[in-house]
Design a protein around this ligand. Structure first.
Ligand SMILES: [Zn+2]
Length: 285
């Protein structure tokens, strides 16, 4: 199955679902993640894509899970249908909890920061305490407490014993202001009996089928199908612009090295600049 997101509405409620097995595996390979860290990062990236789906195409959202657990910061950033992200300590392993990867213990207690980069406005920062570090419940709680939006988020990443991602995806329900109380009760009942999203994907459920299952008994309208991908915003030009903000002294020091390596945290790409290129940057500033 290719990676994509479905946007639907049902009687005053937004219902989105997505499958991201390919892009989460790409993040897994780029960052050489452990089973636990790709579960955390994959969930966070799915959450970022779902949040971005409620925003305009050129707007961006960054989710930062800063807990006291061994994974350190887990950060995911999405703009439209593009997502990127990283885990501060991608090599962490912890014992399973009830047969599942213990993402909550990996992240620990701390804060979730949501930054929305909006068109024609200053970036907006929202904060809340982490509920349990399991990502989906943290995001549901954030939407409710910080943005006063009743919503429900489910996210999942399944890895095989070698650490390869075999299923990843999620879904998102958000009530719009004019939504009927009865509709919410129906949705709540439907959601209670929903299996884990990775189990659904593994048994052949597409995002379309997932939104249909969530909206069972309601009038559903599927609006859009959008391909999603792992894509970083970095480039050699941006690295050069960033280096141009350094002092001439710092650049002179770099110039002593034959090659300077600049590493992008979000995608693990390494940009190499020669001493000659550094000199050209220095001469321009
Ligand atoms: Zn990058």
């Amino acid at each position: 199955m290719e990676d994509y997101l479905i946007k639907a509405t049902a009687e005053g409620v937004r219902i989105y679902a997505l499958v991201t097995t390919g892009l989460v595996q790409e993040a897994n390979e780029r960052h050489q993640c452990s089973h636990l860290s790709i579960a955390a990062l994959g969930r966070a990236m799915n959450g970022a894509l779902l949040f971005a789906a409620t925003m305009k195409d050129n707007e961006r959202v960054t989710l930062r899970f800063s807990g006291d657990g061994p994974l350190g910061n887990v950060v995911a950033d999405a703009e439209g249908t593009h997502v990127r992200g990283y885990v501060e300590n991608p090599n962490v392993f912890l014992p399973l909890k009830n047969g599942k990867l213990d993402v909550g213990a990996g992240i620990g207690k701390g804060t979730l920061t949501v930054t929305r980069f909006l068109t024609n406005a200053e970036p907006f920062n929202g904060f809340c305490d982490l509920t349990d570090g399991e990502i989906a419940s943290d995001l549901t709680n954030y939407l409710y407490t910080s943005e006063q939006t009743p919503a429900s988020v489910a996210l999942g990443v399944m890895v095989d014993k070698d650490g390869k991602v075999i299923a990843a995806g999620g879904w998102f329900i958000q009530a719009m202001p004019d939504c009927d109380e009865e509709v919410l009760i129906k949705l709540e009942n439907n959601v209670i009996s929903m299996p884990y999203v990775t189990e659904l994907l593994n048994s052949g459920f597409t995002p379309e089928k997932i939104v249909m299952k969530i909206a069972e008994g309601l009038e559903l309208s599927i609006k859009e199908k959008l391909p999603v991908e792992f894509k970083c915003r970095c480039s050699k030009e941006k690295v050069i612009d960033m280096l141009a903000t350094l002092s001439p002294k710092e650049l002179s020091e770099m110039e002593q090295d034959e090659v300077t390596e600049v590493h992008c945290q979000f995608c693990n790409e390494i940009y190499k600049l020669t001493s000659k290129e550094i000199k050209a940057i220095k001469n321009k500033i």
